[in-house]
Design a protein. Structure first.
Length: 284
């Protein structure tokens, strides 16, 4: 009987120990969860406090940008899209091939290219930017001249103050329209030159600089057929476009089913069904 008693007592004791250990482990697990919840709460509170105390970087940048604009009166003219009396485009001081722009349509649109968006913290380039070139724009208004330099894609330097600003990404297109073509660029054929132009003017209505708009203007010509001779009957001219390609001016006359391209004695006739629709529609 004693043997049975001792065995039962041993089993009861073992069960008690297991139960106690289980309760102890469960308590420690709950304590760990509570500690984690406490730490998460503290971190969340710290994060919320940091957000309240530290404004977003864009707010700081905008404030600094506004202060800079207010500091220099002539920079405010760029923000106001002033109608300049003329604009001189050159590549460097004393450029013999500098071009003076007086066309009202160009002058009316230069402001959109130079509208200041933000201060730029990128460094002035140490070498030639081969994808866009380096252009200087002299802006004339009422006897005053202000100079900006295109230093990177969408970045200009306000020469008088040596400040860098973010502007329209097509700001270099004005230089590409009028300055001589770099030797490394090769565009064979009138269509290729038109698609790579710095600007396109529609009649006497408006000028566009954006690369995708220039390219989209001639993209439908890829569907057409190059003719050996001028068509016998073309109908009336529906519209006329002038492309400005590194100092060259290329012409495209649009008919109902034809396009006539020309530049400095070279010309091409392209047959394109519904040319009067496809070539005149504006890109979205």
């Amino acid at each position: 009987m004693k043997t049975v008693y001792y065995r039962v007592s041993g089993i009861v004791l073992l069960c008690s120990l297991i139960a106690y250990a289980s309760c102890s482990n469960a308590q420690r697990f709950e304590d760990k969860l509570a500690e984690k919840d406490r730490m998460i709460g503290e971190l969340q509170q710290q994060l919320e406090t940091k957000i309240i105390l530290e404004p977003e970087p864009t707010e700081v940048t905008l404030s600094e940008f506004d202060q800079t604009i207010q500091q220099y009166e002539w920079l405010q003219k760029l923000q106001a899209d002033v109608q300049w009396d003329k604009v001189v485009v050159r590549r460097f001081d004393g450029d013999a091939e500098a071009v003076t722009i007086t066309d009202p349509l160009f002058l009316a649109n230069v402001g959109s290219l130079l509208h200041l968006r933000a201060l730029s913290y990128s460094d002035f380039p140490s070498g030639y930017q081969s994808d866009i070139g380096s252009y200087v724009y002299e802006l004339y208004e009422q006897g005053q001249v202000y100079t900006v330099q295109v230093v990177k894609r969408g970045i200009i330097q306000a020469a008088a103050n040596e400040l860098l600003f973010e502007v329209d990404s097509n700001v270099h297109q004005l230089g590409a329209a009028f300055m001589p073509k770099p030797d490394f660029l090769k565009h064979d054929g009138l269509v290729a030159k038109m698609a790579s132009s710095g600007a396109v003017k529609r009649g006497e209505s408006y000028v566009q600089f954006a690369s995708f708009r220039v390219q989209s203007r001639v993209a439908p010509l890829a569907e057409g057929e190059l003719l050996k001779d001028e068509p016998v009957q073309t109908g009336d001219i529906l519209d006329h476009f002038t492309f400005y390609y590194y100092g060259e001016q290329l012409s495209m006359e649009v008919y109902a089913d034809y396009a006539h391209l020309s530049c400095d004695g070279s010309e091409e006739w392209i047959s394109l069904q519904d040319a009067g629709t496809k070539l005149l529609v504006e890109a979205g």
